[in-house]
Design a protein around this ligand. Structure first.
Ligand code: FRU
Length: 495
């Protein structure tokens, strides 16, 4: 299909039911279909939205374009879960059907208030010259899952000095008021985060730019999220066009964080702010959304994908998935991201890999039934070594994770992992671990995605992998020396 602008902005009700059914069967029959990750019902999924806990359930939405693998006119698709692992697919709930969101119901957040879920999101509108107008809009979701949009925008335009690159509001309760932060761009095209306050969720006042860095944050900041972990403020955000001298990166756009010692509400400032750190050191992670959950945890989920890259599944007319849900904690001023403990619920048969290393070759070979498993390895870091996932039986192809003992660096190489894509951004990614640490790899493999949690979430590396042969399910471990322990679990599919 030739995706012209007018086609990708064609109203949803002008697409035929039979075409939609075709798209459903494409994704259902795909060899790259995911077993326990959230994937789009059809078409394209991008940012997670409205992650919240309301009415006894977890709620999660995603940015959706249902009719193909392109960033067409967006809506919100709604899901609910009792355990953060099994997600019930509900429906498209926030559609681009008003004058304030005609060109997309863009990203936003949700907050449980009394017996309703408050939703704040960006309405994207384009005029005849394709110039953008961004409105910040509101809606209530009730216990019967009925959504009602507000008639008028909550914030009709950006404050003076800022452009209409103004989106992705994150609303949260802060002491005796509500605060909201939002991605913005100054008139001289610099990325910024603005802070708003409201006594009642209906009336919003801009209280200034969030002060969280001394550096320039590219030309636009998308998807900012302010969290409080043990009182410490953490800001997650996507600084588009960030200067690589400030922080080197290879992905088209980075997803980063800073941590501070405290939050100064009066001056809307994060005190004693850290340097910028990447949330994920892999190939495909963007637009992470997190929130302070009522059970005391801080939970996050990200979009496993990036804009402006052609992924192999586009040929099957679908695109992307969400990450598994992670818990965020802080130790020594560093953010740790670990899979939520509920992920254990997916475990089925367990294989103990201890003692399976062949002495003469110093090699471990394991063949999974399917590329749907969890792998936990603890390795000594005296000697270098390589782990290959998605490998064929001769270990000549696969996703390689190599540990370099001299530099305490782990490198992910996807140059020989299935169909190659996004090579213009490089085929390797590297992350450093602390020299004093052993290497602990906690890995989730799900057909066409791999999430690697290194040293209890000190680093995370996420990557899509599109195999040509689904039977390339071997795991090879070579090199390394000394103490070793390993376990692998087959995982069940999402219910
Ligand atoms: C980030 C983003 C957001 C926007 C949404 C549109 O990926 O560009 O800034 O709200 O996607 O789908």
């Amino acid at each position: 299909m030739e995706w012209t602008r007018s086609l990708s902005y064609k109203p949803y009700n002008q697409w035929s039911k039979s075409y939609h059914r075709e798209l459903i069967s494409e994704i259902q029959n795909s060899e790259w279909k995911l077993a326990f990750h959230i994937l789009p019902e059809t078409g394209l999924l991008n940012d997670p939205n409205g992650f919240s806990y309301y009415n006894g359930e977890w709620h999660l939405f995603y940015q959706a374009y249902p009719f193909g693998p392109v960033h067409g006119v967006k809506s919100w698709y709604h899901m609910t879960s009792k355990n953060l692992v099994d997600w019930k697919q509900n429906d498209y709930v926030l559609l681009p059907d008003s004058d304030y969101d005609s060109h997309g119901a863009y990203s936003g957040s949700a907050l449980s208030v009394d017996d309703k879920l408050f939703i704040m999101y960006t309405g994207n509108v384009r005029n005849d010259h394709w110039e953008r107008h961004s409105y910040q809009l509101g809606a209530w979701l009730n216990q019967d899952m009925q959504l009602k949009k507000f008639d008028d925008p909550l914030i009709p335009e950006p404050p003076a000095g800022y452009t209409h690159e103004f989106r992705d509001p994150q609303v949260f309760r802060y002491q005796d008021e509500y605060l909201m932060i939002i991605g913005a761009q100054t008139e001289d095209k610099k990325g910024a985060v603005l802070t708003y306050q409201s006594p009642d969720l209906m009336n919003w006042h801009c209280i200034g730019e969030l002060d969280y860095t001394k550096e320039e944050m590219g030309f636009m900041v998308e998807c900012p999220n302010l969290l409080f972990i043990d009182e410490q403020p953490v800001l997650l955000f996507c600084p588009q066009g960030l200067d690589k001298n400030i922080k080197p990166y290879q992905n088209i756009f980075p997803n980063t964080y800073v941590i501070g010692s405290s939050f100064d509400r009066e001056n809307t400032k994060i005190n004693d702010v850290s340097d910028l750190v990447h949330l994920d050191e892999g190939f495909d992670l963007y637009a992470t959304q997190a929130f302070n959950a009522p059970d005391g945890r801080v939970l996050s989920v990200g979009w496993v994908g990036l804009p402006e890259i052609n992924y192999p599944s586009f040929e099957e007319e679908w695109a992307h998935c969400l990450s598994i849900v992670k818990e965020l904690t802080i130790q020594d001023n560093h953010l740790y991201q670990t899979p939520v403990s509920e992920m254990k619920d997916l475990r089925r048969s367990e294989t103990d890999l201890n003692g399976k290393i062949s002495e003469e070759q110093n090699q471990l070979v394991y063949k999974a039934d399917e590329n749907i498993y969890e792998l936990l390895l603890e390795l000594d870091t005296e000697a270098s070594g390589t782990l290959t996932l998605f490998a064929d039986k001769t270990n000549s192809s696969g996703l390689k994770l190599s540990y370099d003992a001299d530099n305490h660096t782990i490198t992910m190489d996807r140059s020989r992992a299935g169909i190659s894509f996004g090579e213009e951004y490089g085929t390797t990614r590297s992350a450093e671990i602390r020299p004093e640490d052993k290497l602990k790899l906690h890995i989730f493999v799900d057909r066409s995605v791999c999430e690697v949690f290194i040293n209890d979430g000190y680093r995370v590396m996420t990557s899509r992998v599109f195999l040509e042969n689904a039977d390339d399910t071997h795991v090879f471990l070579e090199g390394f020396k000394g103490a070793f322990s390993g376990n692998v679990w087959e995982l069940r599919k999402m219910n």
